[in-house]
Design a protein around this ligand. Structure first.
Ligand SMILES: Cc1cc2nc3c(=O)[nH]c(=O)nc-3n(C[C@H](O)[C@H](O)[C@H](O)COP(=O)(O)OP(=O)(O)OC[C@H]3O[C@@H](n4cnc5c(N)ncnc54)[C@H](O)[C@@H]3O)c2cc1C
Length: 437
């Protein structure tokens, strides 16, 4: 293990959160993590595991000891028969995806990017889209956790089930996850079908589109009646490979370089934003290809933005969307980023945004350096009234008092936390905001 007093300053990907740690520790084993936790507890200190810094909230910020988990990475064991894969907590998703592919396996579903660590992604309820799929934590069979008292516990639905239910989406507050056992699936090919579609058509046929595609989502361009729809479906043959030029053209040039230019122009001259959004929406070109699943689900994001995302009961989509349109139409600030809408299945994880209900997720963004607070706050208040639950890793202003009614098992979570972290070794300003202490 190395403990250092260099690189104390931490900054997240979006650049909207910074913190200065008292020390940084880089454990290379579970026992070392346990030792660090016990030492911190004995001196009244705090610890925060940091993933890849891809949360927009201050979930990973700390003034105590930051745990750099890069020394706890890689696959421990992959059983081809059961497809259960044990992976160390600090493994980045893109490494996990490649290692799984080498073994003929895959994650059943993924979000939009693959740079997060597996434990960071699980901790905040990271999700993709698909009517039959919950967040990534629903693919977990077992966790190894170092609790706030320095105990190492392996938990699952049958062993320490309460700790398991709490730590699956634990917001970094009930322990350091050191190892994850994932229920993976056979590797599969996705057929990606992306095209521009009028917003009214998408909204009128949304239930059918979600029901008849494995993974459906859409992006709406503010100030327009246009969307980009994405339908990814499992197929048995990889017969429409994307050539390198097309991948570069769409992902690098269109989704990153061109988008970067558009949002920079919008930031320089906000009044142009509606015209720029209309032009961008018109430039959307259809794409139709097959590829390895993780390479379809995820893509690079080089344009920096801030984001808020709300999980809402599926039936609240039209009301939430109408509220969003009204906010954008009446705000003095201009919104220079598309809105992303995704769908997930209900699960039973206590702090999952999908606890007990099928969700629609509405994600709103703003280019860094452009005003976002009025926009985000207005949408937050519309979503809160509709039973919305904020993504734990994306910006929001909710506190313990108003989150409690949104999560039926909130107090059960707090009871586990009291038991396994009585001295609040894992506390930071964010846990104080969302859990009350
Ligand atoms: C460009 C971009 C795209 C994104 N796309 C999606 C998406 O498609 N879907 C989605 O749902 N989200 C998405 N997110 C959000 C992102 O998935 C989450 O914020 C995720 O938590 C980030 O993982 P990380 O490894 O960077 O963790 P960090 O942000 O570094 O940490 C997040 C939390 O996890 C805790 N943590 C980390 N490791 C451990 C551990 N070993 N044990 C216990 N707690 C731990 C930290 O303490 C912190 O509380 C996106 C974010 C960005 C910036």
């Amino acid at each position: 293990m190395t403990t250092a007093t260099v690189n104390l300053t931490w900054r997240n990907w979006a650049g909207n959160q910074t913190s200065v740690a008292a020390a940084v520790a880089r454990p290379t084993s579970t026992d070392e993590v346990a030792e660090i936790v016990r030492a911190a507890r004995a001196t009244g200190g705090t610890i925060k595991p940091a993933g890849s810094g891809h949360s927009f909230t201050a979930a990973a910020a700390t003034t105590g000891t930051r745990l750099d988990l890069s020394g706890l990475a890689g696959i421990v064991d992959a059983d081809p028969a059961s497809k259960l894969v044990r992976v160390r907590a600090g493994t980045p998703l893109h490494v996990l995806n490649s290692e799984l592919a080498r073994r003929g396996l895959a994650m059943p579903n993924l979000g939009d990017i693959a740079v997060q660590t597996i434990s960071g992604a699980l901790a905040t309820g990271t999700h993709g889209t698909g009517r039959a799929y919950g967040c990534l934590s629903t693919f977990v069979a077992e966790l190894e956790v170092v609790t706030g008292t320095g105990e190492v516990v392996r938990c699952s639905p049958s062993v320490e089930p309460d700790l398991f239910a709490a730590a699956l989406v634990g917001v970094g507050a009930v322990g350091v996850v050191t190892e994850v056992t994932l229920r993976t699936t056979d590797a599969f090919i996705l057929h990606a079908d992306e095209r521009a579609t009028p917003l009214a058509d998408v909204l009128a046929s949304i239930d059918e589109r979600v029901a008849t595609n494995d993974h459906f989502e859409f992006y709406w361009f503010p100030y327009t009646e246009r969307t980009l729809i994405k339908a990814n479906n499992r197929v048995s043959v990889d017969d429409r490979p994307r050539n390198r030029f097309s991948a570069w053209f769409n992902e690098d040039l269109m989704e990153n370089t061109a988008l970067g230019t558009v949002v920079r122009l919008a930031r320089a001259v906000p009044a142009w934003t509606p015209t720029l959004m209309r032009t961008t929406a018109r430039l959307v070109s259809p794409r139709n290809y097959t590829e390895r699943s993780d390479l379809v689900f995820t893509s690079p994001r080089r344009v920096r933005f801030v984001e808020m995302e709300y999980g809402l009961p599926r039936e609240a989509l039209s009301e939430a969307f109408a509220a969003l349109r009204k906010i954008i139409d009446t705000l003095p600030d201009r919104i220079a980023f598309p809105v992303e809408v995704r769908f997930t299945a209900a699960d039973d994880i206590w702090l999952s945004h999908g606890y007990g209900r099928d969700n629609v997720y509405i994600a709103i963004h703003q280019f860094v350096g452009m005003p976002y607070e009025r926009y985000f706050r207005a949408f937050e208040s519309a979503c809160a009234a509709l039973g919305g639950r904020p993504h734990w890793g994306k910006m929001h202003w909710r506190t313990a008092a108003d989150l409690r009614p949104a999560y039926p098992r909130f107090d059960d979570f707090l009871a586990v936390r009291d038991r396994v972290d009585p001295d609040r070794v894992f506390a930071n300003d964010y846990t104080r905001q969302v859990f009350g202490d």
